[in-house]
Structures are given as C-alpha cells and as structure tokens.
Design a protein around this ligand. Structure first.
Ligand SMILES: [Zn+2]
Length: 383
C-alpha cells in the first residue's frame, strides 16, 4: 500500500466530478469510475473480497470485506463517498495534487479523498496484521453523495448490515453525531406563450411564480417559528434557483424553481411535502394550476439518540491517539443518516476541515492523515 500522502495524491489526480444535474461539464472529468478502478486495484492487491454494486452508468459502489480469524466481537463499516463537486472557478489545479506547506491541494483533497485514503490505509493494516479480537470490517466506497445519495441508498438496499458505521467527511478528527436532513423539491407554474407586444394574449408563467415565491417566503417564516430541535436548530426552507423564459420578447410558458428543505429528526420528506402542498392549497392568491414534486431521493436527518455506544468507542480511540475530541452536530447532510435509517448506528469522522470543502483552493492538512488512520485502526482492532 502506498504511503498516505501518495495514496491521496493518486485519488485527487483521478477526477470524479458529480455533475449534480448539470449538462455543461466535460465528460473526461465526470463520474466516479476512475477512482473506483484505482480503489478496486488497491483492494484486490490486499487479497480481500471486493465487489462492485452498479448504481448508474460509470457509477459503481465498491464494497470490500475483511473477516478476522476467529470469532469477531463486532462488525463495523467504514463508508466514504467517491464523488466530488465540480471544479468551476478553482484557483488551484483541481487534479494537480500539489503539496505545499504541509497541505495537499485539489478538488476532493478535503471532501473526501483524504477520508478515502485514510479508510483504505486502516483497512489494509487490519488485513495485514489481523489483530486478535478485532472487528469484522466492511469498507464501502459509494457514488453520488454530493447530489442525490444514490450510492448509499443502493448500499443499504443491498442488505449490508453492521453493528456500527463510521462515515468519512472532514470533521477535524472530531465526531459528528447529528445533522439535519435535506430534500429538494421542484415547483413549476405553467403559462401560455405569445409575443410580448401583446402580452394580454398569453399567460405569464413568471408572474404566477412570483406569487408562489411570495407564499413560500411566508411559509419559510412559519417553519422557522416552529419549536426548534435543541441541538440542530429550526426547520428551514429556501428557494435556490429560478428558471423560466426564453427571451425578452416572449411571454414565458413555464417557470420552475428549486426548493431546499432541511428536515429535523422525526420529520420525513413525504410529510414535509404534504404539509407544503396543504399550505399552498389554502392560499387564495394561487388560483392557477402548478406542480410540486420531489426532485430526487432525500437525505434523512441523522438523530443522535442511537449512537451513544459508538460515540464512546470511537471517542476512546481518538483520545488514545490525539488526546481529545468533541462530539457535535453539523448543518450539512451526509451518507450517515441513510445508514442510520437502515438501523445501523452511524457517526461522521475524518481528517480535514469542512471549511475547506468545495472551495476554490480546496486543501487538506497532511498532518491529520496518519492520526486518522491510526484512530480507525484502533477503533476496529479494539485496541
Ligand atoms: Zn463529502
């Protein structure tokens, strides 16, 4: 197995950009397959059981298993996504993996190829050393975390079940045990197109949408005023994108908005949608048809109430290596909640700082890689 910084550089040099619904990105950087092939090679080199789970064209999950000699007291999963966000406007070479001042730069360096390299290194050491009394370990590399969570949904649908799961995201070697869920909805108002010199002959879909958006702003205020989660804060709703119209001299026949709704533990995407539909149905100004639907699978909320034992065990491993840790919630969604929803207690842990994720000069502090791998090894080995 390559030393950790080299392993990370190999991963960063292989683009695995998630198009996130866009169609304007070059094909030679899209999808996870280059990273998948590299990781598969590394895992096959260890001689362990590796299989692919096809999720979409050029997008396979990778699942490797390590079974210790003798009875395993525990089964754990290390889970990490392979995809990155796009590279527009980056000011460092996105796939250059340049190292300077103890940092490695590039798209995915922090989110989450550092975590991918660390999990592979810890897993390889378990396979090599076969520590007595160690856990059985499933190492899963999933696709499409940055957009619609298809990979982790397929992983859990395939029946992978362990006692605990650690999901890689940058946490500065701390434990994240809770986050909100996220669901995206699309709302479309229809109109009737005509020449803009006689707008009275048509129906302006953008004017209709303007009224919808006003109501959504009011609804977002109502959500925010509901009792918040003591740790995660309030429910939120935000309109993030408006698309509609073809030219200034055409009355638009359709307008579309993308809505982002953050869910608290106990809420579901379906119930949230039903609540919004009921609200809009009761607004007298919206006397025209429109459609409202979920755009793609939701990321459920991650509640903290089932991961206490896992937090204690992982926390002990962290303390034994770096001396301290925090346990805290985050505002963003991760694969951990889909794992937890399937009944496997899950937390988020990894090297790097989320402040550097998705940035124009994304980097990770290389000094966190070795401690992170040591922590995961001790966690699984029961040391
Ligand atoms: Zn990530």
């Amino acid at each position: 197995m390559l030393p950790l910084p080299h392993l990370l550089a190999e991963l960063v040099r292989r683009p695995s950009v998630n198009p996130m619904g866009r169609t304007d990105l070059p094909a030679d950087i899209l999808y996870e397959h280059r990273v998948t092939a590299f990781l598969e090679d590394q895992l096959r080199g260890l001689g362990c059981d590796v299989r692919r789970q096809p999720v979409a064209p050029n997008r396979d999950n990778l699942v490797a298993t390590y079974t210790p000699p003798g009875p395993a007291p525990l089964a754990v999963m290390f889970e990490c996504h392979q995809d990155t966000v796009p590279v527009d406007a980056m000011v460092v070479e996105p796939f250059g993996a340049k190292v300077e001042g103890g940092k490695l730069y590039g798209r995915g360096a922090c989110d989450v190829k550092a975590g991918a390299a660390v999990m592979l290194t810890a897993f390889a050491r378990l396979v090599r050393e076969k520590p007595a009394g160690g856990a059985a370990v499933t190492l899963a590399y999933t696709v499409d975390e940055e957009h619609s969570f298809l990979g982790v949904q397929e992983l859990m649908r395939s029946g992978v079940r362990t006692d605990y799961a650690v999901v890689a995201e940058p946490t500065l070697l701390n434990i994240v045990n809770a986050h909100k869920g996220v669901v995206r909805w699309v709302l479309e108002t229809p109109g009737r197109a005509c020449h803009s010199s006689r707008p009275e002959d048509g129906v302006n879909a953008i004017y209709r949408m303007a009224r919808v958006i006003g109501e959504l702003e009011a609804y977002a205020g109502q959500l925010r005023a509901l009792p918040p989660d003591p740790v995660l804060g309030p429910r939120t709703l935000s309109v993030g994108r408006v698309t509609g119209g073809v030219s200034p001299n055409t009355v638009p026949d359709v307008c579309r908005i993308d809505i982002d709704r953050r869910l608290l533990p106990g809420e579901t995407a379906d119930a949230g949608l039903a609540d919004l539909k009921a609200f809009l149905a009761g607004r007298p100004g919206l006397d025209f048809p429109f459609t409202l639907s979920q755009a793609h699978p939701a990321c459920p909320p991650l509640p903290s109430d089932r991961s206490g034992e896992l937090v204690a065990r992982l926390g002990a491993a962290i303390d034994s290596v770096v001396g301290r840790h925090t346990v805290h919630p985050v505002p963003f969604g991760t694969d951990a909640s889909t794992v937890a929803e399937a009944g496997v207690p899950a937390v988020v842990f990894g090297p790097g700082d989320i402040a550097q994720a998705h940035t124009k000069d994304e980097w990770v502090d290389l000094s966190q890689l070795d401690p992170a791998a040591e922590i995961l090894f001790r966690f699984a080995a029961g040391k």
